[in-house]
Design a protein around this ligand. Structure first.
Ligand SMILES: [Zn+2]
Length: 152
């Protein structure tokens, strides 16, 4: 299983666990059960973090997702971010089907980081129906992160 999924302006790219074909899950259909376009197997819900590598993909995801979006702002040189990575991955597995967990590298996506006024990392933002509802920062276990996301 890959450690993260990629995404583009039209959706999350999810490999079929049965045949390996890359399927695109439209953001607006993220809450639904998908089927592989090639072998018709049921696709799992998005259960690993989605890595965002362009502002356009990010904008499409936050405006289009029917599920709450939890964003992890991180950078490769940040020690607490490295500690946070497995917790964030665990949170993504626990929240499969109920939220999309997204990773934004603040070194590569400085415009997005500026948009959220990120000062220290790791930092987290919660978006529901395209609107920023809460932000927090610092290392936290998966369960605490999800409790924060549920309250937001
Ligand atoms: Zn398949």
């Amino acid at each position: 299983m890959s450690t993260h999924f990629s995404a583009d302006e039209r959706g999350v790219i999810l490999p079929c666990p049965a045949c390996g074909t890359a399927n695109r899950i439209a953001y607006a259909k993220a809450a639904q059960q998908g089927r592989c376009g090639s072998c018709k197997a049921d696709l799992p819900h998005i259960s690993v973090p989605v890595e965002i590598d362009s502002p356009a993909s990010f904008a499409a995801l936050v405006s289009g997702s029917t599920l709450p979006v939890v964003i992890d702002f991180w950078a490769p040189w940040c020690g607490p971010c490295q500690m946070m990575a497995p917790e964030f991955a665990k949170a993504a597995a626990l929240a499969a089907g109920t939220a999309i967990l997204v990773k934004v590298n603040t070194d590569e996506q400085q415009d997005i980081a500026r948009q959220f006024r990120i000062q220290g990392i790791p930092a987290f933002a919660l978006i529901k129906s395209g609107k920023l509802v809460s932000q927090t920062s610092g290392f936290q276990p998966a369960e605490r992160l999800l409790a924060w996301a549920r309250q937001g």
